[in-house]
Design a protein around this ligand. Structure first.
Ligand code: IMP
Length: 222
C-alpha cells in the first residue's frame, strides 16, 4: 500500500491539519518540495480550477513514480460581500489582513446576537485534489460560521482568529450560525481553540474525508 501523501503546500498549518487527519487512517503526509516559481497559481473563479491547475503542474515534480500527490485550496466566503474574498482570500489576507476584514464588516452589527451572526455569516470552503497515480480525485468540504467583530486568539493560521464556526448537530453537520447545536466553540474563533476542536468543524477535514471516500481503503493493493 502506497501510504504517503505528498502535499504541495508551504503552509505549516495546513500540513499539520492534513497530517493529523491522515494519521487517523494510517497514512503519512509529507510536504512536496518544488523549485521556487515552479507552480503558478491561475486567476480563476472557483477553487476546483485553481487546485487542478496546481496539481497538474506538481506532477512534473513527483518524488517517485506512482507517488500520491495532493493539493488543497481553500477560501473564506462572506455572505454580505457576495462571497468575497473567495478565491482571492490569500491576496486579501496578505494585504488588508484580519483587521481589514473586521473593518470591512464593521457596519454589520446588532444588539441581538442571533441577528449579528446572521448579518456576519461566512463559510470556509476547501477543495482537495489528489493524483492517485492514474487520475485526479476531488474532495470538497464546507464549514459554516460567522466573522467575529474583533480578532480573537492566535492559534491556527490565516483567518482563524476572526472565524467563529457554526455549531454542529448530532451528525456533526454544520448548522446555520444562529442555531445552537451539540458541539460548539461557544462563540470562540478557530484562533481561540485548539487544532483538535477545529478539526471537528473543519472544511479541510471534510474535504479530505470526501476525497478518501473515493480512494481504495487500507489494505487494498494498488
Ligand atoms: P489557500 O488555500 O492557501 O490559497 O488559502 C487562501 C487563504 O485562506 C489564505 O490566506 C489562508 O491563510 C486562508 N485559509 C485557508 N484555510 C484556512 C483555514 O483553515 N483557516 C484560516 N484561514 C484559512
Amino acid at each position: 500500500m502506497n501510504s504517503t501523501v505528498w502535499f504541495l503546500t508551504s503552509n505549516q498549518g495546513k500540513l499539520a491539519e492534513a497530517a493529523h487527519h491522515f494519521a487517523n487512517i494510517g497514512m503519512v503526509v509529507q510536504a512536496l518540495e518544488v523549485p521556487d516559481g515552479a507552480i503558478v497559481e491561475p486567476q480563476a473563479s472557483d477553487l476546483e480550477t485553481v487546485a487542478e491547475a496546481k496539481l497538474r503542474q506538481a506532477l512534473a515534480h513527483l518524488p517517485h513514480e506512482g507517488a500520491l500527490v495532493m493539493v488543497e485550496d481553500a477560501g473564506l466566503f462572506v455572505e454580505a460581500l457576495d462571497g468575497f474574498p473567495g478565491v482571492y482570500s490569500s491576496y486579501v489576507h496578505e494585504t488588508v489582513g484580519n483587521q481589514g476584514m473586521v473593518r470591512l464588516l464593521e457596519h454589520l452589527q446588532s444588539d441581538d446576537p442571533v441577528m449579528a451572526k446572521r448579518l456576519r455569516a461566512a463559510s470556509f470552503h476547501a477543495v482537495a485534489a489528489l493524483w492517485d497515480g492514474e487520475r485526479i480525485l476531488f474532495g470538497r468540504g464546507e464549514c459554516k460560521g460567522s466573522i467575529a467583530s474583533e480578532i480573537q486568539g492566535d492559534a491556527g493560521f490565516g483567518y482563524d482568529p476572526i472565524f467563529i464556526p457554526a455549531d454542529l448537530d448530532d451528525d456533526g453537520e454544520s448548522l446555520t450560525p444562529d442555531v445552537l447545536g451539540v458541539v460548539s466553540t461557544h462563540g470562540k474563533t478557530f484562533g481561540a481553540v485548539g487544532v483538535e476542536l477545529k478539526h471537528r468543524f473543519s472544511h479541510r477535514r471534510r474535504a479530505l474525508e470526501d476525497l478518501m471516500r473515493q480512494f481504495p481503503p487500507q489494505g487494498t493493493e494498488r
